[in-house]
Design a protein around this ligand. Structure first.
Ligand code: NAP
Length: 225
């Protein structure tokens, strides 16, 4: 397998959790950061955990985008727009962006169980506006807790994947199903990311009320893979 997956903002818990799961499944991962040495340190820690066969390296965010066919954005909503504007020159046609960003009110000092209103409708639609039109965007992994990713064993949840592009949706779904216990569901068009992102705020509230950090979602009555 020759493709590389870049995790922009991959030094945080969500990005490094996804990186670890995908590296364990044999994917070649480039952790991205504003600081290449921080990315290298995260990559080193993940290799130490997963074993020396794990293909995980670190790079600055721009290099991660430039060298990877698929990039997953895992930064806080407050950082999303500025970072994507900065990265715009580094995308090439055929690249795919998978956005995990949730516009939680916490990004501007509010409650993490409330959503910010985004002019475009969702963080994913804002991302769509900020990368070249030749780069398809999928929205996924919003409802997958970093704490669950960090644990060993299957995650036991559904991953809703939204996109207007069939290939981006296929790649995001394939990556979701590389995480043991995850089932990818076709969430429809990118505009549905508005609904999926807001489920995260609901999950955070449930986590608080039930004193866990691992809440997720499962849909019933659909074909089981
Ligand atoms: N945590 C979860 O359970 C979870 C679950 C589902 C979805 N999400 C979503 O996934 C995204 C990442 O979550 P997280 O908890 O991993 O976030 P985080 O720890 O707050 O941030 C992730 C990384 O983003 C980079 N970053 C922070 N501020 C930045 C800025 N101003 N400009 C550029 N980069 C910046 C940092 O990397 P460097 O300092 O190395 O550049 C940081 O390590 C969020 O949008 C969140 O809503 C999180």
């Amino acid at each position: 397998m020759s493709r590389k997956i870049g995790i922009v903002g991959g030094t945080g818990p969500e990005g490094s959790g996804l990186a670890a799961r995908w590296a364990a499944a044999g994917e070649h991962i480039i952790i991205g950061s504003r600081d290449a040495s921080r990315a290298a340190e995260t990559a080193k820690l993940l290799r130490a955990r997963l074993g020396s066969n794990a293909k995980i390296e670190g790079a600055d965010n721009a290099s991660a985008v430039a060298q990877c066919e698929v990039d997953v954005l895992t930064v806080p909503f407050s950082a999303q727009a500025a970072l994507l504007k900065q990265l715009k020159p580094h995308w090439k046609p055929g690249h795919i962006l998978i956005d995990t960003t949730v516009p939680l009110a916490a990004a501007v000092g509010g409650a993490p169980s409330r959503m910010l209103s985004v002019w475009q409708g969702s963080a994913a639609q804002q991302a769509r506006e900020l990368v070249p039109t030749s780069v398809p965007v999928a929205a996924a992994f919003h409802n997958l807790s970093a704490e669950l990713l960090a644990q060993d064993g299957p995650v036991d949840c559904d991953i809703l994947v939204c996109s207007d592009d069939d290939e981006a949706k296929r790649v995001a779904s394939e990556l979701a199903e590389k995480i043991p216990g995850a089932r990818a569901l076709n969430g429809g068009k990118l505009e549905n990311a508005r609904i999926v992102e807001s489920i995260t705020a609901l999950l955070i509230g449930l986590n608080v009320r039930y004193k866990v950090h691992t809440g997720g979602i499962r849909f019933t009555g659909l074909p089981v893979k």
